[in-house]
Design a protein around this ligand. Structure first.
Ligand code: NAD
Ligand code: TYD
Length: 340
């Protein structure tokens, strides 16, 4: 059996990856290590919690007493765990430094001592390149992160690289673009806008709405990680992009049109501080290994809209009963986007 440790497996991408990995690989035993922060939820793993080849461990990656032994007996580590929301990092960066930088350091230290470890996937992000005015980022480009989230991820990205260069830890780094799909916490733009619009609540579009993101279906990201576990080269970085660059305004129109909701629901609000204008990835290196995105954005977005519309059991408790989420929403958006 292949022992696979997935950190952050109760979050959005991690839970999709755990489900994907268990169904694809009969010879993998998957351990999920997750602190269950506000963004981590056992509901995301509801259908695999009792899977015979899956074990869930609640714990902090930065707690070496918990994470160390799990890393030391792993053959593969896929490190998703992170604080991930840019807006929260702008309000309070401390948790981002502790988890994204220090937590990664703790895992890498354990990885140095792991006798059977053959792959450590560091899940980084396209945001480490910073805002890209024109063209597309290649893996050798300079990193110019511009907010506390992307800076902490850049720190982790380079720290992971250094553990390959210095100690020979078999690190492979992925830099993916914005993911979308089921189980994404409804603070991120796509699930936030879908779930607001379902209830005819305005959707808060930052600034002029012309910032550009490249959208990648979460399962295409999972397929890339799976490929890199097998075929990635130690010490290398791979961009993972969907090739679907849209302005936020275009994206919002698509969401509202898919739901049959009026564009009058768009509520322009104050821009995010330091808002990166555009991300764009050259994915030639990963495509050279045989990967290509399989989900057309039009299909993936329609399916995602349908998933949130049809699974209110998953998001209504967060948006309507979770006092911490309600407090965050109120302080982030104030009275600007309440039910009309
Ligand atoms: P998420 O916020 O949905 O999930 C993060 C998970 O990590 C949660 O389950 C949380 O409980 C867990 N976690 C946080 N701190 C922890 C700690 N100290 N110890 C253990 N677990 C902890 O995030 P996501 O969108 O699934 O992102 C996963 C990874 O992918 C992150 O590393 C993120 O930087 C990266 N990434 C995300 C995107 C995207 O569009 N979502 C794009 C590129 C890269
Ligand atoms: P987000 O989902 O937070 O991802 P990231 O900041 O990591 O790219 O935001 C995606 C884009 O949507 C980004 O340009 C900011 C914008 N946005 C809004 O316009 N309104 C919102 O309420 C949110 C959360 C994001």
């Amino acid at each position: 059996m292949v022992e696979v440790l997935v950190t952050g497996g109760a979050g959005f991408i991690g839970s999709n990856f755990v489900r994907f990995a268990l169904s694809l690989h009969d010879d993998w035993r998957v351990t999920t290590l997750d602190k269950l922060t506000y963004a981590g939820r056992l509901e995301n793993l509801h259908d695999v919690m009792d899977h015979p080849r899956h074990t869930f461990v609640r714990g902090d990656i930065a707690d070496a007493a918990i994470s160390g032994p799990l890393v030391e007996r792993a053959n593969v580590v896929v490190h998703f765990a992170a604080e991930t929301h840019v807006d929260r990092s702008i309000r309070e960066a401390g948790a981002f430094i502790r988890t994204d930088v220090e937590g990664t350091f703790v895992l890498l230290e354990a990885a140095r001592k792991a006798p059977e470890l053959r792959r450590f996937i560091q899940i980084s992000t396209d945001e480490v390149y910073g805002s890209v005015a024109s063209g597309a980022s290649v893996e050798t480009d300079e990193l110019r992160p511009r907010n506390p989230y992307s800076a902490s991820k850049a720190g982790a990205d380079r720290l992971a690289y250094s553990y390959w260069a210095t100690y020979g830890v078999p690190v492979v780094i992925t830099r993916a673009s914005n993911n979308y799909g089921p189980y994404q916490f409804p603070e991120k733009v796509i699930p936030l806008f879908i779930t607001n619009a379902v209830d005819d609540i305005p959707v808060p579009l930052y600034g002029d709405g012309l910032n550009i993101r490249d959208w990648l279906h979460v399962l295409d990201h999972c397929r890339a990680v799976d490929l890199l576990i097998a075929n990635g080269r130690d010490g290398e970085v791979y961009n993972v992009g969907g090739g679907n660059e849209l302005t936020n305004l275009e994206l919002t129109h698509l969401i509202l049109d898919t739901l049959g909701k009026p564009r009058a629901l768009i509520r322009p609000v104050a821009d995010r501080q330091g808002h990166d204008r555009r991300y764009s990835l050259d994915t030639g290196k990963l495509r050279g290994l045989g990967w290509a995105p399989q989900v057309a954005f039009s299909d993936g977005l329609r399916e995602a809209v349908a998933w949130y519309r049809d699974n209110p059991w998953w998001w209504r408790p967060i948006k309507e009963q979770d006092a911490a989420f309600k407090a965050y929403y109120q302080s982030q958006y104030g009275g600007q986007v309440q039910p009309s």
